[in-house]
Ligand binder design. Structure first.
Ligand code: SF4
Ligand code: MG
Length: 313
């Protein structure tokens, strides 16, 4: 009997409503065809959530998501399927995305085969995309666990490329790799962009990585975009105090390894973010109004937007 009571209690516990976390809050972001947009922030700031929303994996609870000028929620079934194929995500942990019971060849060709995209020989198709991702096709009959993290990420990239995407959403795609391998995979992403005319959303906690690969950068803090500008502009003329704090701690050019730990104070809980400007408890310039009034993001120079009351001058 105790057993049943326990199980009921367990159920009730499971059924208890979870707190509603607005991981992402009034974000207005556009990504232009052919560009690489870097999305930067500390872990827990909502950037992965935003990446999933942009990729169409997670529907926005409010607001709209447009794909090539059309509201995604109004696309026909066929157009939605095409949009989903054209958008591929590449995550931090490639092993999680790779079926351990399938050979590399099958992994790479599974989706395009099921969509009738492979005109001729499935093996030749696998070779083509593995080569593109810098993975030796001679090894394609092996299984994911037989490879290093870097090789597995290449398989994962080949698998994404094999459905002929236009848009890649990379969420910390190089974060788990050794620094030397990170540089190789970043170079691969840049080569692929040239070859295949790809558009990227590149989500990372690492400003060094983002600087290397992006045309434009958006900085996120506790669910909001606080600054957005062309990459040179962000690094030469950062506007937002949060961005400035990040940059002062990140030595330039180093790809990989630098993190944000040195910023004063802990990242507040996203469950209960500070009122007004979310950054005020950590901001050296915080004023009274910062504690109550949310700063609007607005243009501070051409193509450069920032959300800080200091700009109201
Ligand atoms: Fe700092 Fe206020 Fe600007 Fe927020 S709005 S970044 S607290 S000065
Ligand atoms: Mg994340």
């Amino acid at each position: 009997k105790g057993d049943i009571a326990d199980r009921i209690a367990q159920r009730l516990k499971l059924a208890k409503p979870k707190p509603v976390v607005h991981a992402v809050d009034s974000v207005d972001l556009s990504i232009r065809q052919g560009e690489v947009l870097g999305l930067v922030g500390e872990s827990g700031c909502g950037k992965s959530t935003l990446g999933r929303v942009v990729a169409g994996i997670l529907p926005p609870s409010e607001g709209d998501l447009y794909w090539k000028g059309s509201d995604r929620s109004r696309l026909s079934f066929a157009d939605l399927k095409a949009a989903d194929l054209a958008t591929q995500m590449i995550f931090q942990n490639p092993m999680a995305a790779l079926n351990p019971r399938m050979t590399v060849e099958d992994i790479v060709t599974e989706a395009p085969h099921s969509h009738g995209m492979i005109p001729g020989d499935r093996r030749a198709y696998a070779d083509r995309y593995l080569e593109m991702a810098g993975f030796d096709p001679a090894m394609k009959r092996r299984y994911p666990h037989q490879f290093s993290g870097g090789q597995r990420q290449r398989v994962n990239i080949a698998r994404a490329l094999a459905v002929q995407p236009e848009f890649l959403v990379c969420d910390e795609s190089v974060a788990a790799l050794d620094v030397s391998i990170q540089a190789q995979v970043i170079n691969l992403f840049m080569d692929l962009r040239e070859q295949l005319d790809l558009t990227y959303l590149f989500v990372s906690h690492d400003l060094g990585v983002v600087e290397h690969i992006s045309d434009r950068v958006a900085i996120m803090y506790l669910g909001r975009i606080v600054e957005e500008a062309p990459v040179e502009e962000v690094y030469a003329r950062p506007n937002h105090p949060y961005t400035r704090a990040l940059l002062s701690e990140v030595p330039r050019i180093e790809v990989g390894k630098r993190k944000f730990e040195a910023i004063k104070g802990e990242l507040p809980s996203p469950l209960d973010p500070p009122k007004g400007c979310h950054f005020h408890p950590r901001c050296p310039f915080a004023m009274d109004r910062c504690r109550s009034e949310v700063p609007k993001i607005r243009e501070v120079a051409s193509g450069h937007r920032s959300a800080c009351h200091l700009n109201d001058g």
